[in-house]
Design a binder for this molecule. Structure first.
Ligand code: PRP
Length: 252
């Protein structure tokens, strides 16, 4: 560890640099507090470098807060991803690596940014679940999953999601042929998208439906999703889970 963090009882956070080498800071990044911690570390590291030739600094963000707010949804609402991106840009890391961002807008707004690929985790889930048919749940997920399906030499069936009064409705583009399915997406928030899709896939003959999400939030818990999904694969980019339904790959 190149640095250590101290938390004060009033909520303040402070950083101390232990090693003046190149800096890598890996955070979940799913809270404003995490971003402030990264800022404290970078400020202390910059000062530690004042008499040296420039070194490299990398910020790795596993679950970027406000990544879904990649546009101004209404003229009287804040553009939250822009605020977060401006904050990150002011830290001046030489590289910012973001794990499976919701859209390319994060990469466009954050300077010197690149993606941490989720392919290795999808590959593990794909093999563990017995090479099922991959399902992309919506148009946004299709392009990424098409790339991954090609790399894995896996079959891919696109679904499309339209929200009607907030409820997802599903259209499938192809035949299931009684195969098990692995839905692949970036984020599970409440999980309704995947319940509705799994229900549809099972009604069309899928014996088992598995789900891979990089960022497993499940803000309403797992009880509602359990009758629909036979297994969930995810990373711990957002939080740690301890549930028999979930197989989790540790990143932090
Ligand atoms: O678990 P749930 O609550 O069902 O939400 C999960 C879905 O929401 C996100 O897409 P979103 O609808 O935000 O995509 P958009 O950018 O196309 O609006 C995410 O990519 C999932 O597809």
């Amino acid at each position: 560890m190149m640095y250590q963090l101290k938390d004060f009882s009033d909520g303040q956070c402070s950083a101390e640099i232990i090693d003046k080498a190149d800096l890598t800071v890996r955070i979940r990044g799913n809270s404003y507090s995490d971003l402030f911690k990264a800022a404290s570390i970078k400020e202390a590291w910059d000062y530690s470098q004042r008499d040296q030739a420039p070194r490299n600094s990398t910020l790795e963000i596993l679950c970027l807060i406000s990544q879904r707010s990649d546009r101004r949804f209404a003229p009287n609402e804040s553009f939250d991803l822009k605020i977060v991106s401006d904050f990150i840009n002011r830290m001046h890391f030489s590289k910012v690596r973001i794990f499976h961002p919701h859209s390319a807008v994060s990469l466009a707004l954050i300077n010197n940014s690149e993606t941490i690929d989720h392919l290795p985790y999808v590959a593990k889930a794909y093999l563990d679940s017995g090479r099922p048919l991959l399902i992309s749940p919506d148009a946004g997920a299709y392009k990424e999953l098409h790339r991954i399906a090609q790399q894995l030499q896996a079959d891919l069936l696109p679904a499309n999601k339209v929200r009607v009064n907030g409820q997802p409705e599903i259209l499938l583009q192809g035949e299931l042929l009684n195969r098990n399915c692995l839905i692949v997406d970036d984020i599970a928030d409440g999980g309704r998208t995947f319940m509705a899709l799994a229900e549809k896939l099972k009604s069309l003959g899928a014996p088992k439906v598995f789900l891979y999400v990089s960022h497993a939030m499940f803000h309403h818990g797992l009880d509602a999703i359990k009758p629909h999904i036979d297994g969930i694969y995810c990373t711990n980019s957002y939080r740690d889970w301890d549930d028999p339904l979930i197989k989790q790959y540790a990143m932090i």
